[in-house]
Ligand binder design. Structure first.
Ligand code: ATP
Length: 342
C-alpha cells in the first residue's frame, strides 16, 4: 500500500474502524468520536436503539427483540450497512456541518496490515455510503507509528507492536514503509476469553462479559498489592448468582499464555529484517501501542523475552487515528527520495 501524503492532506476526515472502538478525527477539530463499535437494534422494526457506549452497556442484558451487533470484527467491516448507520449516528451533526461547507469530501481510513481486497473494499464502501467522494486507505501500522511520534521517514529501523481487540500487528518500518510485518489473532478479546474460561474451570462460575475490563484495570493498577478481587457471575451448575474471590496470580498466568503468540510474531519479523535494521532496534527498542498495551504483565513479558528497551505510547489506544490526523493536517514530513541527477 503506497500512501500519498499529498492526497492525504486533501482529506478532511480520518476514520479508524476497530473491532472494539470507532474513532473519527476531523481536520482542524481533532478527535470527535471515540466510542465502542457497537449498535443495538430492534429486531421487530429494524430501527437503531442505541450506539456506542450505551449499546455496549446493553450487551448480554437485552430482551429477545433487541439485538446488540458489532459491525466490525477481526479488523474488517463485516456488516457495511450497519457500520454506516453506526458511523452516521456517532458523527451526527459534527460531520454534517463540516460536509455542508465542503461537500466534495475525501476521507482517510485505516486498514490492518495485509488486509485482503474484500476488507479494503468494505472499508471504502462504508465511507462512500456516508458521502465521501474519495477514500484513501492507510496501513494502520504506519498510522500508529506516526501517531506514536516514531521517526518513520528516516532511513533507520523503528519497531511497533499494536495490540488491539481482535489482532496484534508487529512491524519494522524504515523510510516511511513497512520492511517486515506480521498479524496474529491475539488481542484484548482473546485475553478476555481466556479469563472467562479460567474462572469457569476453577470456580464453576460464568463471568458476565463486562466483568473482564474492571478485572484488567485492577490487575494493571494495584495488582501487586492485592490478594484477590471479588467478581460476580452465574453458577454453572445451579444457575444462581454467586461471587468468588479471584486469585490474582492465576489470572496473571492465564493472561500471559496467549500473549506468547505475540512473541512468536516479533521473532518472525526480526528474522526477516536485514541485520542493519535489527542493530538499530537494539538501541531504539520497541514501541507498544493499541488499547491492549496496558494488559497486566504484557510490557514485562516483551521486555524479558526480547531483551530490548520497551516504550508504551503516550496514547496507546488512539495513536492510529492520531497518526492519520497528523497526516491530514500536514504535520508529517514527506519522505523525499529524489532520483540522483546524471
Ligand atoms: N487499561 C486496559 N487494560 C487492558 N486492556 C484494555 C485496557 N483498555 C482497553 N483495553 C482493551 O483494549 C482493546 C481495545 O483496543 P483498541 O481500542 O486498540 O482496539 P481496536 O482498535 O478497536 O481493535 P482492532 O485493532 O483489533 O480492530 C479491548 O479488547 C479492551 O478490552
Amino acid at each position: 500500500m503506497t500512501i500519498s501524503l499529498e492526497r492525504l492532506r486533501r482529506c478532511s476526515i480520518a476514520v479508524d474502524l476497530g473491532a472494539a472502538r470507532t474513532r473519527v478525527y476531523l481536520k482542524r477539530k481533532g478527535l470527535i468520536v471515540d466510542e465502542p463499535s457497537v449498535a443495538a437494534v430492534n429486531t421487530r422494526t429494524g430501527g437503531l436503539i442505541a450506539v456506542g457506549t450505551l449499546a455496549e452497556r446493553m450487551t448480554g442484558r437485552t430482551p429477545s427483540h433487541i439485538r446488540v451487533v458489532r459491525p466490525v470484527s477481526g479488523g474488517r467491516v463485516v456488516d457495511i450497512a450497519m457500520a454506516q448507520r453506526m458511523l452516521r449516528f456517532l458523527v451526527g451533526n459534527k460531520l454534517r456541518r463540516a460536509w455542508r461547507r465542503k461537500p466534495l469530501v475525501s476521507a482517510a481510513v485505516c486498514v490492518p496490515y495485509d488486509a485482503d481486497p474484500l476488507a479494503e473494499r468494505a472499508a471504502v464502501e462504508t465511507l462512500t455510503g456516508l458521502g465521501a467522494r474519495r477514500v484513501e486507505l492507510v496501513d494502520s501500522l504506519v498510522a500508529a507509528a506516526v501517531g506514536c511520534g516514531l521517526p518513520v521517514e528516516r532511513p533507520e529501523a523503528t519497531m511497533i507492536v499494536v495490540c488491539g481487540a481482535a489482532t496484534t500487528q508487529v512491524a519494522v518500518l524504515s523510510l516511511g514503509s513497512i520492511v517486515a510485518a506480521e498479524r496474529v489473532p491475539v488481542g484484548g478479546e482473546t485475553i478476555a476469553h481466556a479469563v472467562v474460561q479460567h474462572v469457569r474451570n476453577e470456580h464453576a462460575l460464568m463471568l458476565p462479559s463486562q466483568a473482564i475490563r474492571p478485572l484488567h484495570l485492577a490487575l494493571s493498577g494495584a495488582g501487586a498489592a492485592m490478594d484477590g478481587t471479588e467478581v460476580h457471575g452465574r453458577d454453572v451448575a445451579t444457575g444462581l448468582a454467586r461471587s468468588v474471590q479471584i486469585d490474582i496470580e492465576g489470572i496473571r498466568a492465564v493472561v500471559q499464555t496467549p500473549l506468547t503468540g505475540v512473541l512468536d510474531a516479533i521473532g518472525a519479523v526480526l528474522r526477516r529484517c536485514p541485520p542493519d535494521l535489527v542493530a538499530d532496534l537494539a538501541e531504539r527498542g520497541i514501541m507498544l501501542a493499541g488499547g491492549s498495551a496496558g494488559l497486566p504483565g504484557f510490557e514485562d513479558l516483551l521486555r524479558d523475552a526480547t531483551g530490548m528497551p520497551l516504550h508504551i505510547a503516550e496514547h496507546p489506544d488512539t495513536c492510529a487515528v492520531e497518526g492519520l490526523g497528523a497526516m491530514l493536517e500536514g504535520s508529517v514530513r514527506p519522505v523525499i527520495l529524489d532520483p540522483l541527477s546524471p
